[in-house]
Write a protein that binds this ligand. Sequence first.
Ligand code: DON
Length: 581
Amino acid sequence: MEMLVTRLTLPLLVLALLGCGAEADRSGAADASAAPTWPHGWMATVANPDATAAAAEMLAQGGHAVDAAIAAHAVLGLVEPESSGLGGGGFMLVFQAAEGELSFLDGRERAPAGASIDMFMENEAPMNYVKAWQSGRAVGVPGAVALYKLAHDRYGKLPWATVFEPAIRLAETGFTVTGKMAATLARLAPIARIDENPGAADYFFPGGEPLAAGATVRNPAYAQTLRRVASEGPKAFYKGEIAEAIVASAQAAPLGGSLSLEDLATYAAVEREVVCGPWRTLSICTASPPSSGAMQIMIAKQYDHLVPAEGTLAERVQAFVEAQRLAYADRDYYFGDPDRVSVPLEGLLDPAYLEHRATERPAPSEAPTHGDPAAVLGGPSLATFARDTTHELAGTTHFSIVDGEGNAVSSTMTVEGPFGSSRWAAGFVLNNEMTDFARTYAPEGPEPANAVRPGARPRSSMSPTMLFDAEGQLLMVTGSPGGNSIPAYTAKTILGVQDWGLSVEEAVSFPNIIARGAAVRVETGVAPGAELAASLRAAGFDVQEREGENSGLHVIVVTEAGLAGAADPRREGNVMSGGRP
Ligand code: DON
């Protein structure tokens, strides 16, 4: 217990430098009997009501937040396959209340051993994006099933097989196709191979027509895959028939990839450092690279240097924009697979560096560039990378769960683009996560930090995040899909609830504002987006108005009155709660 309290109340530098490293913290385990009883019951907010119900089913029988997370995600792979599934990967941040242990479990897809730095180049230029996205080269080793097992072995309370029951039941008896899935299929067919590839075409386009909203669909192949994973564990997925189906699909024309049985057999989900940074009296804790979670700390801390005391909402939003511009420029430049490149996270989170950067920020009309922590703080410079121009499309989901004992999961899972690579195996689509690497490569220049490298994990924008108060009590569980816009969407909920006086629903619904690069995108279909766009334009920013945005924020906050949750009205999910003593 001592370790927990110390950890979450340590001064900034120590926290940022240590991360909330799970190894160290686990030694503080124990004395659960001394832990206060959690008075708030459980809550789940997920992008699809069938998946929320699966989480609730686990939580109502005393399951851990991790049990509920796996159950929800196994259902999402069936009912929201455009966003995530067994053929993809993702991140899970887990808070274990009694021990105060926070861990980041990384189930990100890995590049095959045969991947090469120039595999998305053609005639010395980046390959056409659609060609790369739909190619077999885009498929990385799926990480979801290994992530389930790592999380369940460590935290699960219900039997492994139990967590797959809701998804197997739905796959066998049938689920209702949602409007989003039907619309995504119809929109995608003219540009992607989802209506042509073997397996995917039959399942999603029966009789040649896309599945319609409201149709009841069964997926016996998915049920069979889950039954095998439930009874045999991950080896049923990473070896044998299912692995062979994945490899055959990834290697198929056009532009087959090098994904091999060996790549699957050697995949492991891993635990990485949690990064925590004190902000005001709170701690923002999030996933370390290859995640971009640390941007949440960069944005919040730079915001405080930029926001005027007693500032109006428009002034606060302008400070948010300026903080984002700086954080995105550094993220785009420095972040990559930490096993392959040295990400200077300590320097990037150093208070002196963040203050310097905020003070030296570019004018609104100028495009922001990356900074150099070494130039401000001393030490060797790591500013030797090429610029990263990763392109991301919609195809991800986020869910937040708090269980009846106050344990929590913040998890973002993905297949990258909608329906991933459109390739099919054993009842699910395969990811195109390899296009999350910087696809551009100049042989004579330096490599981007996020270059394609054999066996590496591409940088991700996914940012599962939790906030804690000065006593180490859980305050907020947040995150979103949305590709490169994820850090902006997620940071909006933190500032919205903690600084702009919004309720969790209001913060989730608030117009999304994304300031990456020279332009600032403002969601004007939601009030007060039009007014904010006008004031940012008047301040000199290059404002691009967007009617809607693709966030899928699913957020829980802990208030004195109990748990409050929100599901993003831009998606199809809901909040369920229960179990208050
Ligand atoms: O890991 C990433 O950053 C991307 N694959 C996420 C893509 C995404 O969020 C698309 N969203 N709707």
